[in-house]
Design a protein around this ligand. Structure first.
Ligand code: UD1
Ligand code: CA
Length: 455
């Protein structure tokens, strides 16, 4: 049986109190809708249909390059009306899975289990037992335990509200069912909306069966309706990731203070201290230490490297084995720190290669530079790579020694084994092995003492 998937994203999401449409808000660094679409694609035969409304243009623009079929709901008249807006795009011969754009962490395996329950005369509903059912529709069952209907919280009697089985919002419909029954939905309820959930009672009236499958994991079905729920879901998700890393042998110092907003791969025996944030794709080799407060984006870190506290890496960047960075260092795109090199505190590095064993331990700016092996860059060294119009390159040879507070005015080359005296402004190439001193010569001037009373 073919499967079509509809994702509802046309609600106003007013409770978020944001200028951004709700489904574009981030969970673990990606828009809510992106999480849902990823799952939708895994079970859908064609491109998923996404229903958007008033703020649809923004959402479509954000997903312009994704394979999506868009449907428009002119006014947010309820989840049932939203699916009705998608009907023309749905194949009457396909079963239809409805997902909500604000329920981001649903699992593919669960969706597959649910879809397996659908047959031409059976609709399948994903429910969950929970001790905090507030805000969710409740699943009403009869004395025999058969599902009778779903009642929205605002329409529920006090007894119904005390039910602890909720509607997750994920429903799979038999082929043709929506085309036949959606037009029958009314809006005689507390919110004056067309509820998709009313289709459960309608299905039973039409002689169909309703199968209910329970979702085991809270993370999967929690929806995002306000900032606190988004926050709670984020924390739940991050704690889960951190625990998985612990299980894998990574020493995460505090699972409550761990944030991965992308992809993180760790070799054995890594240590991740508190407050580290991972973005994009981060790969840590074996025995890497990530100090407290580090922010790492798009970087590969070699075995045994140590990133001391508050190191910020904005890749793409490559940190070699045994390298030490920080504390308080900023590594920018295009940086390659080779084996055993060292970048210390208050050093900024951009589009640069530091050869094996080279050091820039304190207070420097290294931009557009190639540094060979075993070179020493003194405190306060600046590569003056920008003349106001274009960027220029600097080259520093193996074993060179750049004295403190040197300005290297690019384009310029310092040869192998050369030395630059502290405080120099280097505007011409320094040949290999030579000493360059480019600073005012010191004068010591004897001063005449003033006698008392002298004018
Ligand atoms: C809905 C369900 C509720 C369920 C809960 C699970 C209904 C009537 N209620 O309630 O039973 O427990 O989800 O999270 O379905 N949307 C539209 N157009 C609209 C209204 C909503 O596209 O006119 C979209 C929203 O963008 C959102 C989703 O549908 O992604 C759910 O809407 P929301 O208003 O959040 O419904 P809930 O009150 O959470
Ligand atoms: Ca919701």
């Amino acid at each position: 049986m073919k499967t079509d998937v509809v994702v509802l994203a046309a609600g106003r999401g007013r409770r978020m109190r944001s200028q951004t449409p709700k489904v574009l808000l981030s969970l673990a660094g990606r828009p809510l809708l992106e999480h849902v679409l990823e799952k939708a694609r895994a079970v859908s035969d064609g491109a998923p249909v996404v229903v958007v409304g008033a703020r649809g243009e923004e959402i479509r623009a954000r997903f312009a390059r994704s394979e999506v079929r868009w449907a428009h709901q002119p006014r947010p008249l309820g989840t049932g009306d939203a699916v009705r807006c998608a009907l023309p795009l749905l194949d009457p011969a396909a079963r239809v899975l409805v997902l909500y754009g604000d329920v981001p962490l649903i699992e593919v395996a669960t969706l597959e289990r649910l879809l397996a329950l659908v047959s031409p005369d059976t609709l399948a509903l994903l429910t969950a037992r929970c001790d905090r059912p507030r805000g969710y529709g409740r699943v009403v069952r009869d004395a025999q335990g058969r599902v009778v209907r779903i009642v929205e919280e605002r329409d529920a009697t006090p007894e119904e509200r005390s039910l602890d089985e909720i509607n997750t919002g994920v429903i799979a419909f038999p082929p043709g069912f929506l085309h036949r029954h959606l037009p029958q939905l009314g809006c005689d309820n507390a919110q004056g909306e067309y509820y998709l959930t009313d289709l459960v009672a309608l299905a039973l009236e039409a002689g169909l069966h309703v199968a209910a499958e329970a979702a085991a994991d809270e993370l999967e079905w929690r929806g995002v309706n306000d900032r606190l729920e988004l926050h709670d879901l984020e924390r739940l998700y991050q704690r889960r990731l951190a625990r998985a890393l612990l299980a894998q042998g990574v020493a995460v110092m505090d699972v409550e203070r761990f944030d991965c907003r992308g992809e993180l791969h760790c070799g054995p025996d890594c240590t991740i201290d508190v407050g580290a944030v991972f973005e994009g794709k981060v790969e840590l080799g074996a025995g890497v230490t990530v100090g407290p407060g580090c922010v790492l984006r798009d970087v590969r870190v070699g075995d045994g490297a140590v990133l001391h506290a508050y190191t910020v890496i904005e890749g793409p960047a490559e940190i070699g084995p045994g390298v030490q960075v920080g504390p308080f260092a900023r590594i920018r795109p295009g940086t390659r720190l080779e084996r055993g090199s060292r970048v210390g505190n208050f050093v900024e590095v951009k589009n640069a290669r530091l050869g094996p064993g080279s050091k820039a331990n304190h207070l420097a700016y290294l931009g557009d530079v190639e540094v060979g092996a075993e070179a020493n860059i003194g405190a306060g060294t600046i590569t003056c790579n920008y003349d106001g119009r274009t960027k220029h390159a600097t080259a520093i040879g193996d074993g060179a020694f750049i004295g403190s507070n040197t300005a290297l005015v690019a384009p310029v080359r310092v040869g192998e084994g050369a030395t630059v005296g502290a405080g120099s402004v280097i505007t011409r190439d320094v040949p290999a092995g030579q000493l360059a001193v480019a600073r005012a010569r010191q004068r010591n001037v004897a001063r005449r003492r003033r006698r008392d009373g002298e004018e």
